[in-house]
Design a binder for this molecule. Structure first.
Ligand SMILES: Cc1cc2nc3c(=O)[nH]c(=O)nc-3n(C[C@H](O)[C@H](O)[C@H](O)COP(=O)(O)OP(=O)(O)OC[C@H]3O[C@@H](n4cnc5c(N)ncnc54)[C@H](O)[C@@H]3O)c2cc1C
Length: 449
């Protein structure tokens, strides 16, 4: 339901009273900036852009102001699309029906760091949280490769990253301890939910309630080192990726790339050209065992780097980032990718690559079986979708990054949103209806993290 110019003008006036002139914008440039995310990584979505344009953008600076802004929007009948850093790569943060974009980037206080937990406002960057935890001798269980993204966005749209080998995904139930959420209510209120009651708001794009403040688990700080190895071939690297992931204490991250993808990464002496690259964040006590595995597979250790900066750098070359670098390295070509998983990524690597002509796999170790991104030159949406069955036929799990629908606990989310957002004002268009769910919305087959 699109809001009328009168509704937007009335909301703008109220929000200026609440947040000041600088806390609200109706300028086209600001609205356009607030209406894009990483969807351009998908050529299928990119062909449909722009998928929506905000009518107004608000910048609350605290959890309480987030609640005030949502209540004002509800009173004026204007839809609300929450936004963290806007790095979600499926159009999750695009305001499909216009309305208000609630930009959280100024609500970024770390409120409290306690023994085993940290409380932060929705817009706090993950790197800030990791730093605050570190200063208290602790660490967060996991963070995404988009380390500058917000905790609210990671909890609402993300799933895993550095730390996932040990801790799985942010939906596992151990990651989020409590949330302060805001419903689509005309009265400003922060609803505190803990434990099990907090989980339905995780990975549901704000459709059942907007996260204003989060309490997440911390664990004792470990010192980590950044471990770089290279191999003559990708087969050599993948032959040991699982064993390196199973070392104890569990590595925080283990990523591997084909020479073609490694060549596209930012220049680094520890990622030599034309060799497969393996990068890991390891407990220092496991470096010797990891070295033996690498050398046993015909590889060599390029460098072991110390310090938090070194390990964050490796995080920022994991998950979707190598694919993004590959896309940037061939600006004249269009590439797509599919999220994939399962032992077959290692055991049937050649067949995985053959699913799409020119297919290239990026791979991440996980506790059970690896996950990855299978990239290939783009021909058509039909060709992309046709590959899904071929992936399933060789035992590869898949998930499509070419759609923006909530893909986790959909029935539960619908039922909750019916009570917390009866008029469908929160991030409208993201909860799938029967007819509009494209193939691959849900994970099919084996899944990790
Ligand atoms: C190159 C690349 C690499 C990536 N790597 C990873 C990775 O390693 N792991 C991973 O999980 N993801 C990854 N992503 C996806 C995304 O970057 C992360 O999930 C990120 O943490 C999202 O945070 P954000 O602040 O950018 O959220 P946004 O993109 O702003 O929002 C994400 C979703 O959450 C909603 N939202 C935002 N804030 C709130 C809130 N406070 N309350 C309720 N809903 C909210 C938005 O409406 C949207 O639906 C990657 C994306 C790209 C492009």
């Amino acid at each position: 339901m699109t809001a009328s110019p009168e509704q937007i003008a009335a909301l703008a006036e109220e929000l200026v009273g609440l947040l000041g002139e600088r806390g609200v914008t109706t300028e086209l440039r600001g609205r356009e900036k607030a209406s894009v995310d990483g969807a351009k990584m998908s050529p299928i979505l990119a062909e449909q852009l722009p998928l929506g344009l905000a009518d107004i953008v608000a910048f609350p600076t605290s959890a309480e102001q987030i609640a005030e802004v949502v209540a004002a929007a509800v009173r004026h009948g204007v839809s609300v699309t929450p936004r963290g850093k806007g790095t979600g790569n499926y159009g999750q943060a695009i305001p499909l029906e216009g309305g208000l974009v609630l930009d959280m980037s100024k609500a970024r206080a770390v409120v409290e760091v306690g023994d085993g937990y940290l409380v932060a406002e929705a817009g706090t960057p993950m790197v800030t949280i990791e730093q605050a935890a570190r200063e208290a001798g602790q660490q967060i269980l996991m963070y995404p490769s988009t380390a500058q993204s917000s905790i609210g966005g990671f909890l609402s749209g993300g799933s895993g990253g550095t730390g996932s080998i040990k801790h799985g995904s942010n939906m596992s139930g151990d990651y989020v301890l409590a949330l302060d959420v805001v419903y689509a209510s005309p009265v400003a209120e922060l609803v505190h939910v803990e434990g099990e009651a907090a989980q339905p708001y995780v990975h549901t794009y704000g459709t059942a309630g907007i996260i204003a403040r989060a309490t997440i688990a911390l664990e004792p700080l470990q010192e980590w080192v950044g471990f770089y190895a290279s191999f003559p071939t990708f087969d050599d690297a993948t032959s040991v990726i699982r064993e390196i992931g199973w070392l104890s204490p569990t590595p925080r991250l283990v990523s591997a790339d084909l020479p073609r993808i490694a060549n596209a990464l930012p220049a680094d002496a520890a990622i030599p050209k034309d060799r497969a690259s393996l990068r890991a964040i390891l407990d220092p006590s496991t470096v010797e065992a990891a070295t033996a595995l690498v050398e046993g597979a015909g590889g060599r250790v390029e460098e072991v780097r110390e310090g938090p900066q070194a390990t964050v750098k490796i995080s920022m070359l994991s998950y979707n980032h190598p694919i993004e670098w590959l896309q940037k390295s061939v600006p004249d070509e269009t590439w797509f990718h599919v999220e994939v998983s399962g032992a077959a990524l290692v055991e049937r690597l050649d067949e995985v690559h053959e699913v799409y002509p020119g297919g290239l796999l990026h791979i991440e170790a996980q506790r059970d079986h690896p996950i990855g991104m299978l990239a290939a030159p783009y021909v058509s949406a039909e060709e992309v979708y046709a590959g899904y069955d071929r992936l399933a036929a060789i035992g590869v799990g898949y998930h499509s990054p070419h759609q923006w629908f909530v893909d986790h606990e959909v029935a539960r989310t619908k039922a909750l949103a019916a009570t917390t957002d009866p008029d469908g004002l929160l991030n409208p268009g993201k909860i799938p209806t029967g007819e509009t769910v494209p193939t691959g919305t849900k994970w099919v087959g084996p899944k990790s993290a």
